[in-house]
Design a protein around this ligand. Sequence first.
Ligand code: ZN
Length: 224
Amino acid sequence: MQPIAATASGPEPAQPLTPGNMAQPVLEPARDTADAAPEPAPGADVYLALDFANSALALPGGHVIDLLGTPDSANQWLTMHGLAPDDAGIREMCAAQLRSLREQIRALLAARVEGVPAPPTALAAVNDALVRSPAIALLHWDRSTGPYRATPHPTTQILEHALAALAENAAELLTGPDADRLTACGSPPCTRYLLRHGRRQWCSTRCGDRARAARAYARRTQQA
Ligand SMILES: [Zn+2]
């Protein structure tokens, strides 16, 4: 983990670094697995699917933090978002399914932002997650005790419910009134999505600061 510069997470607009405002608290979410993660992107607190799409962080220097990168971190992400108990027993197969749905949802968000048709595979993946929502207990037949109903294996059920909830939320975001505000963060190498407020097109103060610094650097090198 890289140390977080306290100056990178101050309030907007960026303030000059003086002794007075250096002591301001660092507004970081308390995440064991993502000490270097910026605050949630605008809109990600409202749309679960947006926070899900943003759960792999591309940081300067080629660093990537994948909050779904291991079964434990995926379980933690689901727990933080009210989608699973902290002892859900998420396995690598489940984490891989989550990462796969994330990529398909990201493809749909990208298509919406760019105003192009959605990739059919991404649409199919989201719809597949929606219809597999395990709301119904299946009928079983025990040789000695006869018929009974049971829901699928608890972990499978938890995972499929989570996948369905995320797919449902993505569908809501894409078809709802906020879809027009959906945009990609304009500060490379960041790959997060956000809902635009006014002219702001950064997902975080840190990305805004980095983009402003890059612009200033470009101006200086042009003048030189
Ligand atoms: Zn960003």
